[in-house]
Each structure stands twice: as structure tokens, then as C-alpha cells.
Design a protein around this ligand. Sequence first.
Ligand code: ATP
Ligand code: MG
Length: 396
Amino acid sequence: MTRLDPALWLDRPGMGKLFDALEAAADATRVVGGAVRDGLLGRPVADVDFATRLRPDDASARLRRAGIKVVPTGLSHGTITAVLAGRPYQITTLRIDAETFGRHARVVFTDDWQADAARRDFTVNAMFARALGGEVSDFYGGLEDLRRRIVRFIGEPEARIAEDSLRILRFFRFAAQLDFGMDPAGLKACAARARDLLSLSRERIREELLKLLSARDPVPATQAMLAHGILTPILPEATDLPRLARLVAAEARAEAAPHPLRRLAALLPEDPALARALGSRLRLSRKDSARLEAALTAGPVPRDPRVLAYARGAEAAIDRLLLTDDPRAPAWLPRLADWKRPQLPVSGRDLIALGLAPGPEVSRRLKAVEARWVAAGFPEDREAALALARTELETA
Ligand code: ATP
Ligand code: MG
């Protein structure tokens, strides 16, 4: 019997109270999904999700009586969220998805662990661990697939995708995150049903794509998606796999933290208008959209990369150094990461004091002074900046 060290979750504040409330000692509640998978792989366990035989209203009442905060996050499909020391834990009642309509299902609660495992997406995501002893139950060959490092659907892949097309994106996302291979039958089914992705919300698509692109090496999964036409319905502009591979290598050389928007940019043609269009299509925030736009604005990084950092932000300079595989990246990245945008130490008032007549000319000339100051390497000293202002005013 495979066992997982329960210290992985037991050490968290409030967990003892939660297990008492949810009758973990009587095996009414088990750890499930990502925490079991990642624990078995020796990867860091972030979120811990629970499966329980208790009905949602019963589980909520018990938790509240124990003084634990409960949020009814997904009551219709049996999920509540308990909050322990500010951290959310999802608790889902064992269920069977009786009928599915798009991403929604008519839910029937059950007492049967295996039936609950059967409605989950992949074999490696469908294992339970006993809350107190850590014994693992594996009904669908998850342990074997962990050993073989492969993502595989539970049941018939096309049917599982027909129930919920988000599973297509999750298939590639987990392959990338876990650095796993993909079951060929699953790949084939994803390819056959790629157009189902059009029914997903843009937010969901964005979320999954960015998670996939955050993986240490997203190249093999992205390559599989391109090869099987999975990106065509959702990101037809993405073609440049070699550039993504070069970026991943450049990040490794510079010891740069990966960033999903930078990786997304690497897949796309350098076209700021496309970045804006994609920003609205994928419902990116204004800030993320601006970052993508800067990353897709062609051109080499200036001799002093701070010039670009000053104009578009330090992140933009870092992104461009990496995306253009600039040999200065390893040296400049740490400097840019700590870089504070300097303030021009002269103002329009100074220009007027130097003899310029008040009016619209002042702001135009101030811009020119700023350009000189940037070109001079941002001298902080006010006298040096005033000298630049005088030179500017002396030129007609
Ligand atoms: P992580 O949280 O690390 O991304 P996870 O495996 O915990 O990975 P969640 O999205 O938190 O993934 O979902 C928890 C569990 O719920 C999964 O492990 C899986 O068993 C099940 N699950 C989630 N989404 C689906 C889905 N669309 N179809 C079927 N099962 C799903
Ligand atoms: Mg999870």
C-alpha cells in the first residue's frame, strides 16, 4: 500500500480542527487531487483539496460549529470552501456527474469513493489519501501513470471531453506543469474535438493558457498543441515555436523567472496591434495588455537598456532583452529588477526661470530636455540637469 506523509497537510494551522469537524478519523474525509499527485511526485504541495462523504450543508454546519469560516463557493456541485489561517481549502462532497451540459453537470451525491474518482479528469488527479494515515487509494492507475510520467484521461477521452471541453486545455497544462508525456489516445481525442474550445469563456482560456505557459518548459506541450491544431480555435496567431524555445533557453541562462505573457509574446508575430486585439480577446487586464504590447513592439534593446525601462517600464526592458536573446541579459536583469524609475530633476518652472516664455512651448521643450537627460544616463544631480536645460534652450 502506497502511503503519503500526512505531515504534508497536517502541519498546517487549523487542520486538526478541520479533520475533527469532518470526521477524518472515521475516514469520512480524504485529501484528493493535486496535493496527492504533487506529494507523490515530491513536488511542493500548494493547495490541498478534500473529498468528503458528508453532504455540503452538514459539512458546513460542522465546520461552523468548530469555529471555522465557511464560504459556499460552489454549492450546486457540492463544493464549499473552509478558510484556515487565511488560506482557502476546497471541500467537495463525493458525487457523480449524472448528466452534463457544456461545463455544467446535474450532480448526484454518493458515498462511493470510486464513483467520485471516475468523474475526475485524469488518472493522476483522481487519487485520494487518508487524511490521518496518508494511505493512498488509486482506482484508475494513477500511480502507474505517475511512474510512467504520463497524463491520461479516465475513461474514453472523447466522451470525457464532450462532457467538458476545458479538459482539453487541462490535459496540456498538466503535461507542461508536471513535465509529463501525453497519452496518444488523449491527444487524438483533443485534436478531434479542438473546436469545442470555442464554447469556453475567454477568461477560462486565458487562465489555462497562462498556467501552461508558466511551466518551467512549456515547449513540448505547446508543440503538441500546435501539431494537433489545438491552438487554431483559440490562438490562431501562435506559430513561432522556435522563438519560444529560444526564449526558454535565454531565461535559463539569465536565471530569469519565467513569465507567461513573455512566453505568449514569443509565440506571436511582433505586432503591437495584434497585442491590443489579443488583450481584449483574452480579457487581459490593462496592465497585462500593455506588457504584451511592449513585448511585441519590434526592435533591438537600446545600448543603455534603462532607456527602454524608462519609456515602458523595467519589465518591458527585461522582456525585450530575453525575447531578442540579447547577450547582455544575464548582466542587466538583476540591475533592471531593482531599478527605480528616476525623476527628471528639472521642471517647466526651471525653464521659465532660465528665460523661456510661459506657454505651450514649455512642455515641448521640457520633453526635449528629458530626452537629453535620458541620453546622458539620468544624472540625478540638479545642476547637471539644469546644464542640459540651458544647452536645450540655446538651440533654436
Ligand atoms: P492544481 O490545483 O495544482 O492546479 P489540481 O489537480 O488540484 O491541480 P484543481 O483544478 O484544483 O486541480 O481541481 C481539483 C481536482 O478536481 C482535480 O485534481 C481533479 O480531480 C478534479 N477536477 C478539476 N477540474 C476538473 C474537470 N474540469 N473535470 C474533471 N475533474 C476535474
Ligand atoms: Mg487544486
